[in-house]
Design a protein around this ligand. Structure first.
Ligand code: HEC
Length: 161
């Protein structure tokens, strides 16, 4: 499980579209009758860049949580909620276009990811490390759920059985 969340290494993405068949994903993260997720190369690149920033955030949290660095936890959590790259690289019109091209199940998992980050920020503000740690675990669950369902080309390991 941890391996899945931490194993991503930046790669040059060569494919022009990301076409993910929801029906083939084989897990229950969303409705299996959803349309495929098809992204332009540009959107895919931006998502990949965002993801690498998210992954760095998770690695930062893995050291700031055991060290009790509340301020760092809050800063990292807020960065995840706001998005590190998307808003800087995409115009408002492009952000709206991207949103339209994402299936409802994907947007739902993205919302769960943000909720977990928000809960973690609130727990850190309340100096509640047990709740911080719980939210960190929940964050990791959203990575796995979304990758298993919508990033199977990038992470084929979820479908090896
Ligand atoms: C709502 C969906 C969603 C969530 C939640 C999500 N990801 Fe991703 N992630 C994706 C998609 C889609 C890709 C594939 C992008 C591509 O094709 O390159 C991806 C790719 C990645 C990559 C590879 C990027 C690259 O350069 O190819 C990393 C690393 C990554 N995610 C880390 C994470 C981590 C860590 C978390 C949780 C803290 C997370 N992701 C949560 C959808 C998600």
């Amino acid at each position: 499980m941890k391996r899945g969340a931490a194993a991503g290494i930046p790669v040059i993405v060569l494919v022009t579209v990301l076409a993910v068949s929801g029906a083939a994903a084989g897990n229950d993260a969303g409705g299996s009758s959803e349309p495929e997720l098809v992204l332009s190369q540009r959107f895919q690149r931006v998502i990949a860049a965002e993801m690498n920033a998210v992954q760095k955030g998770m690695l930062d949290l893995a050291s700031s949580i055991p060290a009790g660095r509340w301020g760092d936890i809050i800063t990292t959590g807020r960065g995840m909620i706001n998005g590190y790259i998307m808003k800087k690289k995409l115009s408002e019109a492009e952000q709206a276009e991207l949103k339209r091209s994402l299936p409802a199940g994907y947007r739902g998992l993205d919302g769960e990811f943000r909720d977990a980050a928000l809960n973690m920020v609130r727990a850190a503000e309340a100096l509640d490390m047990k709740a911080v740690n719980h939210s960190f675990y929940q964050l990791g669950e959203t990575c796995i759920a979304c990758h298993a369902r919508y990033a199977q080309k990038r992470f084929p390991g979820f479908h090896q059985k």
